[in-house]
Write a protein that binds this ligand. Sequence first.
Ligand code: PMP
Length: 389
Amino acid sequence: MAPTPVSAHDLSQKHKRVVNFSAGPSKLPDTVLQRAQEEMLNFQETGSSVMELSHRGKTFKSVISEAEKLTRQLLNVPDNFRILFMQGGGCGQFAAVPLNLAGSPGATVDYIVTGRWSESAAKEAEKYCKVRKVHAPKPHASDSSDSEDSEEEWWSELSDNAAYVYMCDNETVDGVEFKCPPRTPPGVPLVADMSSNMMSRPIDFSKYGLVFAGAQKNLGPAGVTVVIVREDLMDGRALPFCPSVLSYHVTSRNDSLYNTPPTFSIYVTGLVMQWVRDSGGVARMQELSREKSSLLYSLIENSQGFYYCPVDKSCRSRMNIVFRLSGGEALEKRFTEEAAKQGLTNLEGHRSIGGLRASLYNAVTIADTRTLASFMRDFAKRVAQIDLV
Ligand code: PMP
C-alpha cells in the first residue's frame, strides 16, 4: 500500500522545524527536503546517492537537463538565451561579468549602486574595467512615498559607450528592490544580479542581456549559481585572461560540465523548480510575495513608530524586510532572542548594518509570515502596551 502523503505542516511539526527567516542560505520547502531524503541512498534505482554518480553519466545528465528545462519553462526564457550552472556564487559573478563582457581591458562600464552588493560588484569590476558608478535615487525613507517620477532623470545618466550596465535587482542587505528594470541606452546590455529575488516574479528578458543568481535563497542550496545569458554576448567580448572556469562561452559549449559541477546542489535546485511548478509557478510566487511582504510592512507602518522601516516605500523589497525598533539596539537584541525561543530564527539584520531583517523567500509560507506578525504584535503589547492590528 502506498504511504499516505504527509502535509508540509505535519512534516514541519514532526521534525520540530524552526521558522527560518534567514537571508541565505535560507529555508527550503519541507517536501523538497523529504524527497531528497527518500532518494538519498538509492537514486532512481541506481543503487547510489546522486552525490556518488558520475557527472558525465546518463543519470546525472538527465538531472541537470531537467533542472535547466524547468528553469526555462518557469521563467519563460527565450531560445536565444543560454542557461548555465556555474560555481563561485554571486561573488564569482562579480568577477565573471567584467571578464566575459567588457570587450577590452579598461573598457567603460556603468554600475548602478543601490546598496551593499552592487557596491561590492563595482569594486570587483574595477580590477578589469573603468567603472562609472551611477547612484539611483531614494534608497532611504522620505515623505515622497510611492512616487516613481524621478526615474527617467537618473536613467539618462547611463552612458552610451558603456560595455554594459550593471544593477542588483534586490539588495539583500539594504532591503531595496527595483520595481522595473531601468532603460539602458540602445545596444548597451543590462546585467542584473537576481541572487535574492529570482523566481519571485516574471522576468522580461527583452530588457536584459544577462541575469544571474546564487541558488541559496530562492532556488536551492548553496554551491550552484544560475546564469542566464543572451547568446550573442558570449562572442568576442571576453578578456583574454578570463579563467576558463568562469567563462560563459566555455561553460555553454560544455553544457555546464566543463569541470565537475556541484551535482547535489543542481539536483536539489531541480527539485525546488518542480516544487515551484507544482505550487502554481512564478506568477503565484509573485502573488504570495506581495501578500507576505504587505503583511509585515503594514504592521510596521501601523505600529505607531514602535517598529519602523528605514527604506523608502517606493523601493522596498518584497524579499528582505529590513526594519528597526525605535527602542534601540538592546530592545532589538531582546526581540531576536525572544523570537528564537519561539522558533522564529535568523531575524538579525546583516552584521554590517545591524537592526532586524525578515527574509520572505518562496519557501517561507503565508502561515510562517503570520506567525512572525503575531509575535511582533505580542512583543509590542508586552513592551509598550500597544495594540497593533
Ligand atoms: N548578490 C546578492 C544580492 C547577495 O545577496 C549575495 C549574498 N547573499 C551575493 C551577491 C553574494 O553571493 P555569494 O555569497 O553566493 O557569493
